[in-house]
Every structure is written in C-alpha cells, then in structure tokens.
Design a protein around this ligand. Structure first.
Ligand SMILES: Cc1ncc(COP(=O)(O)O)c(C=O)c1O
Length: 399
C-alpha cells in the first residue's frame, strides 16, 4: 500500500520539450488560432512520415473516424443500416462511429496473440450488406493488414484503418494508414503523439481527403476551408469565393482543432524517432523482466515484418491467474492499469445486443484476462524495475 506514494507509473505519459512550449507561445503571440500555417505544416509532415498524400487535423481520433466513414458512405452511395465490420476488441469509439453514421456494426473476433481482427473471422462475417471494414492497429502495432486488404478487395469492401493507437509503424515497409481507403489517428493525451486532444483523418485518395476535410468543417464547400482562402482574391474570383464560402454541401460537424494543438504536434514530430525508440526500449525492458513469468503472462510480441510503437504494454494472464487480483495489487503499488479494450461486454453494447459477448469467444476471454500498463517516454529504468519487482512480489506471495 505504502509504495503507491513512492512511485507512480501511469498508463500514459509524454515529455513536453521547451521547444514545444515555445511553439505554442509563438502561436499565441501570432494572433492566429484557427486553421492556418502551423496546422498545414503538421498535416503535411504527419502525412509524409506515414507515406500518405493527405492528412486533415481535427479535434479527436473519433472525429477522424466519424468523418472518414461518412466520406466513404457518401462516395460509395451506401444506405442507412448497411454493415461495417469491426473487431470484437477495440476502444468503443471504433464501433460508436458506425452507429453515429446510421450504419450497423457487425463484430468479428480477434486473434489471440496480437489481439487484432482475425482475417478468417472477418471474412466469415461478410454479408451482401457489408460495405466496409474498420481494422484496428492495437496498442502500437499493425494488424494483419495485408490479408485483410486482400479479403476486402476480393469482396469489394472499403477499408478505414483505425490507427488511433498506432503511429510510425510499418508492416513489410508500408506504414499504418497507407493500406486502406482512409485512416484515423489520435493525438489524445496518452497516445503516441500527444497534443492534448486531436486526431488526423488521412487518405491517399483526394476525393476522400477533400470530403473528410469538408465534413470536419460543417460540410462546407471545399473551396473555402481556411480564412486564408480569399487572400489576394479580387474581381470575378472574389465574387466566386463570396458565393461559395458560406455554402454547405453536406451535413457536417464542428470538429476543428486549433493552431495550438498543431504546434504541439509539429514539435513532437521533430522528436518522434527518439520518442518511439524510448517506447521500444521501455517495452523491451518490461519483456526482459517479465519473461520469467511467461507461464502465467502472455506478453506482447512483434509480428514478423512489423514494427511496434508500443502506445501501451498489453498483457493477457493465464487462466490460473486472477486478473483483477493482480491489477489491484499493481494499482496498490502505484502502477496504473486498464482492461484490454473490452467492447462486447460494455453495458451499452450489451443493452443493444443482448448476449453479444458470448458470440466472440477469444474476445470474451481477453475481456476477462487482458490488461495493459504504460510503455511511454516519461517512464525510466526504475519504473520498469518497479513493475517487474511488483509482479514478482505478487506471484511470490501467491505461492
Ligand atoms: C482504437 C481507438 N480508436 C479510437 C480512439 C478514439 O480516439 P480519441 O480519444 O482521440 O477520440 C481511441 C482512443 O483511445 C482508440 O484507442
């Protein structure tokens, strides 16, 4: 109990450099808070880092998913009630955005080792009403994207990658976000890049990108999305801008972010390689230390040909271990934990689809046996040692 005050190891953490703080101050001094040069720089550099042509910054990963899916729905001419497949383990937002788009989420089970969409289960869930799939790259690692893309293309389905937990990670040299028709990333606190709140909707398809950006801006005519868009415009062109700049073509949203969040994003992108290296080192230290408990803990492994950015460190306990007892012990010793993204047993999902959890046996087990701890750049070797020692003490005490 006492240790809780001695050392705290939160699930998320980041290092805010002096350069990042100065960048926010420059924005404040500039007098320009709405979408402008800093956001454009963030969008371009983020897209470049992920091998993507277009990125639009917005106020959350959920907003990015919401408009990415809405854009695909509009462009594909889908009907309300059409089906979108989502993994049975993910953060609730992945499935919520399907409902918010008046579409039907259809769940498919995950595979055990990496806890991501099982391609076979995905294919088995496809019906004549399926229009899209939202594969999730969980915890910092790409899911089995090549197989999922092959199945999706064969069934003529659109693919929206939920990469809210994963950035700067490639599978066979291709970055997360660059496989599908669109992708969403999150920069919420405790994610890989942290801007407080924030998200990016990305695509290599200009139509999807333009429509998503418009939908973030109330569905406004794409010719006027920034207050700079009429700078230096005169004559007939000014008449044209004036006619279109208050014109709304879709039922959109107010999902904009500000130049302040973008400034944090730009500053953190500059340090991204070091930050990812730190996350991998922390995760490596945890695995080396927890290896001794392999018979009781399933530790994360990196898929062959993949990179892992370790937004967090996921663990699944063996049936012999009482997950809640272990996580309570860790919390008592200052180590924050969260369940491993349970979805099918959330009260709201159980109310909407009674008995949902029992239909997905792997997810059901992970709902009971999975949890995660931090693996972030604000941790140090002593934090890692504290986690390893606390887990060791717990098992020693159970002997
Ligand atoms: C898989 C997944 N999707 C979507 C989101 C939503 O991102 P945000 O919190 O930025 O809306 C999260 C956030 O935790 C997530 O983990």
């Amino acid at each position: 109990m006492v240790d809780r005050a001695v050392r705290s190891v939160p699930v998320g953490g980041f290092n805010l450099t002096e350069a990042a703080k100065a960048a926010v101050m420059r924005v404040l001094d500039s007098g320009r808070l709405s979408y402008g040069p800093v956001t454009r720089e963030f969008e371009q550099e983020f897209a470049r880092r992920h091998g993507l042509r277009f990125a639009a910054f917005c106020n959350s990963g959920t907003s990015a998913l919401q408009v990415g899916l809405q854009a695909l729905k509009i462009l594909g001419g889908w009907h309300d009630g059409d089906e979108v497949i989502v993994p049975a383990i993910t953060f609730v937002a992945t499935a919520n955005v399907v409902l918010h788009n008046n579409l039907t989420p259809v769940f498919a089970d995950v595979e055990r080792q990496h806890v991501s969409l099982d391609p076979e289960r995905f294919e088995a869930a496809i019906t004549p009403r399926t229009r899209a799939v939202i594969p999730v790259h969980p915890f910092g690692q790409p899911c089995d994207m090549e197989t999922i893309m092959e199945i999706a293309r064969r069934h003529d389905l659109r693919v929206l990658e939920d990469s809210c937990e994963t950035m700067f990670a490639r599978l066979n040299g291709v970055s997360v976000g660059a496989f599908g028709d669109a992708a969403a990333f999150s920069t919420f606190a405790a994610h890989v890049l942290v801007t407080g709140v924030g998200g990016l909707v990305c695509s290599n398809d200009i139509e999807v990108a333009q429509l998503s950006r418009s939908l973030l801006n109330h569905g406004r005519d794409s010719s006027y999305l920034s207050i700079d868009d009429d700078n230096g415009v005169g004559g007939a062109a000014l008449r044209e801008v004036m006619a279109r700049r208050f014109s709304f073509e879709h039922v959109g949203h107010s999902f904009r972010a500000t130049e302040m969040e973008a400034a944090l994003g730009v500053a953190q992108l500059a340090d991204a390689d070091g930050m990812i290296a730190k996350r991998r080192a922390i995760a490596g230290g945890l695995t080396a230390g927890l290896e001794a408990f392999r018979d009781r803990l399933q530790l994360p492994t990196v898929r062959s040909d993949a990179e892992h950015s370790f937004m967090m460190y996921p663990i699944v306990v063996a049936p012999s271990v009482h997950r809640d007892d272990l996580t309570f012990y860790l919390e008592e010793h200052g180590i924050e934990t969260r369940p491993l993204m349970p979805l099918t047993n959330q009260p709201i999902y159980e109310r909407l689809w009674p008995g949902l959890e029992d239909r997905f046996p792997v997810a059901r087990e992970i709902n009971r046996r999975g949890f995660y701890i931090g693996s972030h750049p604000a941790m140090d070797d002593e934090d890692v040692a504290h986690v390893v020692a606390t887990v060791g003490d717990y098992f020693a005490q159970k002997r």
